[in-house]
Write a protein that binds this ligand. Sequence first.
Ligand SMILES: *Cc1c(COP(=O)(O)O)cnc(C)c1O
Length: 383
Amino acid sequence: MSEPLFREAVIDLDAITHNTRVLRSRIPTQHFMAVVKADAYGHGALECARAALAGGADWLGLADLGEAVALRSAGVAAPMLAWLHAPDADFAPAIEAGIDIGVSSRAQLEQVAEAHARSGAQRPARVQLKLETGLSRNGLAPSDWFGAFAEARVLEIDGIIAVTGVFSHVSNASAEDDAAALALFREGLEAAHTARLSPEVVHLAASAAALREPDTRFNLVRVGIAIYGLSPFADESGAELGLRPAMTLRGRLAAVRRVPTGKGVSYDYTYRTAQETTLALVPLGYAEGIPRHASSKAPVWIGGEVFRISGRVAMDQFVVDVGDAEVAVGDEVVLFGDAEAGYPTVDDWASECETINYEIVTRLGGRIVRTYVGGEGTASHGL
Ligand SMILES: *Cc1c(COP(=O)(O)O)cnc(C)c1O
């Protein structure tokens, strides 16, 4: 890797392509949806979408329609599904862009029909019906299935919509809970079939279920976290799954000072030096999405050694007690990256902060500049 910027998230697009290939070969479904919502879990939606498509993904999944329309406008032609909408969402741009709209209520079905009429689109609006099977989030409740499916079929016959998919989502709470969701989902598929709907794609599994519960795969899986090289499991790492972490979070030391024993460090002096030592200042703070819960806990690589944050994470910075290590202003500091290179991992950070790897990468922002390696070239911009 090149010289680090002051605050930088380096995204290895070849890792995303590799991970997608590995997952595609382990999960033998007809279709593979790369989930690139929330700006690809903080990795950059457009670049990651292209890298995942290069690795064999043939669908893209997003929560937000605006993110899907932006990818389409940037020239991404792959089929896309977006599933979480504002109450007053205007579906017309998505219909015109040929984006599949996840529909979770009869009200939304009617909004899509209304938007289709308004848009003057020649083709029917592509709709995937989301069924509630246990998570208690969005989705058509079982009591609505009969009516909603009948209504969808009428709109389909009238050329207003095409029901391209039926899907749901599992909780990963336990094998039993997922089996219950699966059984209910199968009832929903039966009901859709009875209503003469014939979706091209049927899907239930995200990364965890796709990898461990073959019954949930149907003909498409929606894989997010794993394409970024991170594991959805507590008991099996990304490396054990054959994946490579795509993100390295790093920066350069902003200051270094030698201090005596008993010196207070950062706000509230929750850390005091135990002997004469060297303190290094890292210019990333909670404004960048570094969790304050990482204070005095999370590991940090400097000059080939792994240390721990010393004291409070502040808005812009935190301090690391590096003992007698020879460090200088401008030296590279790596918060997390590939364990193969000796760096702490996203999982190390997640466990120290009592959260999950998903949150650690997705919450990053502020003044971090994202740069890309691999893929078709390199580019850089703020998060
Ligand atoms: C985020 C999300 C996914 C992807 O989940 P991962 O665990 O990251 O694979 C799949 N489906 C839905 C509905 C989601 O919201």
